[in-house]
Design a protein around this ligand. Structure first.
Ligand SMILES: C[S@@+](CC[C@H](N)C(=O)[O-])C[C@H]1O[C@@H](n2cnc3c(N)ncnc32)[C@H](O)[C@@H]1O
Length: 285
């Protein structure tokens, strides 16, 4: 075979390679464009919501309406849920589609639950465990938790979030959803619970007392030996703006240890101090 024959033999493959590369580059550019668009949308939504929040607060101040912290949490989260629950629950790519939203819930449950079954179940069969989820939002984690545990009792301060959670997880036979008052667990049935969990919730709570009340409440409903695993904001508190229903209060390890003691828990492990994801493992003795 001459050199020319060989070259001709290779030209179609070479051309295909070049075309494949161009198609791939175009695909990447399209993805980047979609990502830029959704980030831009997310930014605009946040600005819009911050603005309406400021207006509502200014109106409340002008009318002398000292709405309680629980009402503020409910109103703000109802508004966020109506605007776009997905974008206020997770960010960027995870919020883009319903599928990526629920995939992110499964990934979180894999990382924080399935990889930690020893602490969570302590030898019990998870299918026989009744658990509490605080701040379930639109059911992103609830759905994944329902595939692991026997019964999920999930509460949220926002009626609109719970309405959406009912659409996505309400039909599961082992899920119960409740709108609560944003402070305690009095909506739950009296039965003792075997595990309690909260993720991406307390980082938005503006007052320590609200979180401490929850910790006491979880202590009340958990059976002895059981674990409350939760995440709080552990990063540096912003200088100027006071904590609001988006930027919640921040904790140090020492503050969490002291809270555990006051509420009758053993703070066995703490992880992520100084970051947004400060995790606590509180065991009820
Ligand atoms: C960022 S979303 C996270 C939702 C869910 N944990 C997840 O990871 O998909 C925060 C949720 O916490 C709820 N929330 C905020 N403050 C609360 C409070 N004091 N009590 C109960 N739920 C609260 C909000 O309504 C919202 O649904």
């Amino acid at each position: 075979m001459t050199r020319l024959d060989k070259l001709l033999l290779h030209v179609p493959r070479l051309r295909r390679l070049v075309l494949d590369r161009e198609a791939f580059a175009a695909h990447c550019a399209r993805l980047q464009h979609e990502l830029d668009e959704s980030l831009e949308r997310e930014r605009a939504l946040r600005q819009q919501l911050d603005k309406s929040g400021e207006e509502a607060r200014a109106l409340a101040a002008a009318s002398g309406d000292g709405s309680s912290i629980n009402e503020r949490m409910r109103n703000d989260w109802d508004n966020r849920a109506r605007t776009s629950s997905r974008y206020f629950i997770v960010t960027g790519e995870q919020a883009r589609t319903e599928e990526s939203f629920f995939d992110s819930g499964e990934a979180n449950v894999r990382d924080h639950i399935l990889n930690d079954l020893e602490n969570i179940c302590q030898g019990s069969d998870p299918r026989r465990m009744r658990i509490v989820e605080i701040g379930c939002g639109a059911g992103r984690l609830t759905r994944a938790l329902a595939a692991v545990f026997g019964e999920i009792h999930a509460v949220d301060v926002s009626g609109e979030m719970i309405r959406q959670a009912r659409e996505t997880a309400g039909a599961l036979p082992n899920v119960r959803l409740y709108v609560n008052n944003g402070a305690d667990l009095s909506v739950l049935p009296a039965a003792p619970f075997h595990f309690a969990f909260s993720f991406l919730v307390f980082q938005h709570v503006p007052e320590r007392s609200v979180i401490e009340t929850y910790v006491r409440e979880v202590h009340r409903v958990l059976e002895p030996g059981a674990l409350f695993k939760f995440q709080v904001e552990g990063g540096p508190a912003p200088d100027e703006a006071p904590a609001d229903t988006w930027h919640g209060v921040s904790f140090s390890e020492e503050e969490l240890r002291a809270m555990a003691l006051r509420c009758g828990f053993e703070a066995r492990y703490l992880e992520g101090a100084g970051t947004q994801y400060l995790w606590a493992w509180f065991f009820k003795p």
